[in-house]
Design a binder for this molecule. Structure first.
Ligand code: FE2
Length: 204
């Protein structure tokens, strides 16, 4: 089962001016596509060809010989989560707002911590909102690493590789992250993923 590049779940200009059509064309059509194509080449002969993307990421994370496959498969999974994390005009559900209050100190504290974690990720990486057994946490990961290998459920993610923001924000990662948490988070997706994470025998 070859990996496939998922289409963007919105129009290329849907997030402008906060995230431009040009950024999305490069980020989705070139960067993400390259990870998919490379993962499809690297998986040949590994015995993992019939596994799901999540299974491949976890198996490759635990095998040093499969580091390149891990990097490309995980980047495919991470970017697939990213596109689903983006939408303008949504608000946290009552349940998510309550969890943010109780677990993260409220919306202002959440936004501040999310930006700080993204800024603290030296070099390339990701900053995630995750559910850890129902409790919300902010987690940063380096390079292609992600919460799948930590046993935590991703609710949404921001990409802090330079290719995610350089066209629109140049070197201003903080401005990009502030715009991300203020304007671009798809809170409908967060609520959906949180419900999924809490469900009995929830899949990864
Ligand atoms: Fe990216």
């Amino acid at each position: 089962m070859a990996f496939e590049l998922p289409p963007l779940p919105f129009a290329y200009d849907a997030l402008a001016p906060h995230m431009s059509k040009e950024t999305l064309e490069y980020h989705h059509d070139k960067h993400h596509k390259t990870y998919v194509d490379t993962a499809n080449k690297l998986i040949e002969g590994t015995g993992l060809e019939t596994k799901s993307l999540e299974e491949v990421v976890i198996a490759a994370a635990n095998d040093a010989k499969l580091k390149k496959l891990f990097n490309n498969a995980a980047q495919h999974w991470n970017h697939s989560q990213l596109w689903l994390s983006l939408k303008t005009g949504t608000k946290p559900s009552a349940e998510i707002a309550e969890r943010i209050e109780s677990d993260l100190g409220g919306m202002d504290a959440f936004k501040k911590s999310f930006v700080e974690e993204g800024m603290a990720q030296f070099g390339s990486g990701w900053v995630w909102l995750v559910s850890n057994g129902g409790k919300l946490e902010i987690v940063k990961t380096a390079n292609a690493d992600n919460p799948l290998t930590l046993g935590k459920a991703a609710l949404m993610v921001s990409d802090v590789w330079e290719h995610a923001y350089y066209i629109d924000y140049r070197n201003a990662r903080q401005k990009y992250l502030e715009t991300f948490v203020d304007t671009l988070v798809n809170w409908d997706h967060v609520a959906e993923m949180y419900a999924h994470a809490k469900a009995p025998r929830a899949a990864a």
